[in-house]
Design a protein around this ligand. Structure first.
Ligand code: C2E
Ligand code: MG
Ligand code: MG
Ligand code: MG
Length: 280
């Protein structure tokens, strides 16, 4: 009797998995088609601003996918699906191409807006990646220092030697590097010292609770101090209200990003803002 129940339980389990696998496969097929379709895959740009003055200091490019029948699908849903396949390389290439073309367009209009691009572990650890970046910079004529790669602690820790090598090669091109979602991984301080990065981005989860939660505030403050002692710029992500801005200013955090300042915007919306308030 038990064996039978076990069997039917397993059958359901197996079916659920097959269902998941089918869903992933069909999403991948759809993604493959989306890659070359400018109506489906676009980038939005979220301003990064100086905490002290509110001036725009750069933007983060965030992928947006409008599925032809399902509508918008969040990167939180499709990035993990891509990451376990080699299609991730094409996706990263596409995102970089779109971002650098946009940087070129803004440069031509007289706006120097550094663009940060999220680079997944799989792409960062691809030995061909730095050469691809070099080729795209050369094709678009965008100076390397106008590009920043955002990588998570996880990517850096999964194969530290390869990650460090990749970041050194990117630095050789003038490209900056940022550790995204800082505080959610487990990079040791010793290790942090060895990483060729320019920026720490404190994860939203700490920033969100900062105004009312003393321990979050202490964590953010000590991260800012740590970053500064290593010569890094520190960015707070997920800044949603003025209280957070005040706290960040008191702590001496350099840069902020979040809905309080602006949501991720289509390029045209940002272009209009740039025209009104040029970057220094
Ligand atoms: P992330 O790199 O940490 O990006 C920040 C996320 O927080 C973005 O979500 C952004 O829209 C959201 N956000 C910004 N300000 C606020 C705020 O004040 N409050 C709240 N609640 N959220 C805020 P999004 O665009 O859905 O992207 C989610 C994640 O997907 C990104 O996290 C990044 O890890 C990944 N991702 C997005 N685009 C790309 C891409 O082109 N390539 C790769 N590899 N990953 C990407
Ligand atoms: Mg990011
Ligand atoms: Mg982040
Ligand atoms: Mg995040």
């Amino acid at each position: 009797h038990d064996a039978k129940r076990l069997h039917s339980g397993f059958h359901r389990f197996e079916q659920a998995h097959r269902h998941d696998a089918d869903a992933r496969l069909s999403l991948l097929g759809d993604l493959r088609r989306a890659l070359d379709d400018p109506d489906q895959l676009t980038l939005h740009y979220q301003p990064k601003v100086a905490v002290c003055s509110g001036a725009l200091v750069g933007v983060e490019a965030l992928a947006r996918w409008r599925h032809p029948s399902r509508g918008p699908i969040s990167p939180a849903e499709f990035i993990p699906v891509l990451e376990v396949t080699s299609l991730m390389h094409r996706f990263t290439e596409q995102v970089l191409t779109m971002a650098l073309n946009q940087a070129r367009e803004w440069l031509d209009a007289g706006h120097r807006v550094p663009i940060a691009v999220n680079v997944s572990p799989r792409s960062l650890l691809d030995p061909a990646f730095p050469d691809r970046v070099a080729a795209l910079l050369a094709e678009t004529g965008v100076p390397g220092d106008q590009l920043c790669v955002e990588v998570t602690e996880y990517a850096l820790m999964s194969d530290p030697e390869a990650a460090i090598e990749a970041l050194h090669r990117l630095h050789g091109l003038g490209v900056k590097a940022s550790i995204d979602d800082y505080g959610t991984g487990y990079s040791s301080m010793t290790y942090l010292k060895l990483l060729p990065v320019d920026e720490l981005k404190i994860d939203r989860s700490f920033v969100k609770d900062m105004a009312d939660d003393q321990s979050s505030r202490a964590l953010v403050a000590s991260t800012v101090e740590l970053g500064h002692s290593l010569g890094l710029t520190v960015v707070a992500e997920g800044v949603e209200d003025q209280d957070a801005v005040h706290a960040l200013r008191a702590i001496g955090c350099d840069t902020a990003q979040g809905y309080h300042f602006a949501k991720p915007l289509p390029a045209e919306a940002l272009t209009a803002q740039l025209a009104a308030q040029p970057v220094r």
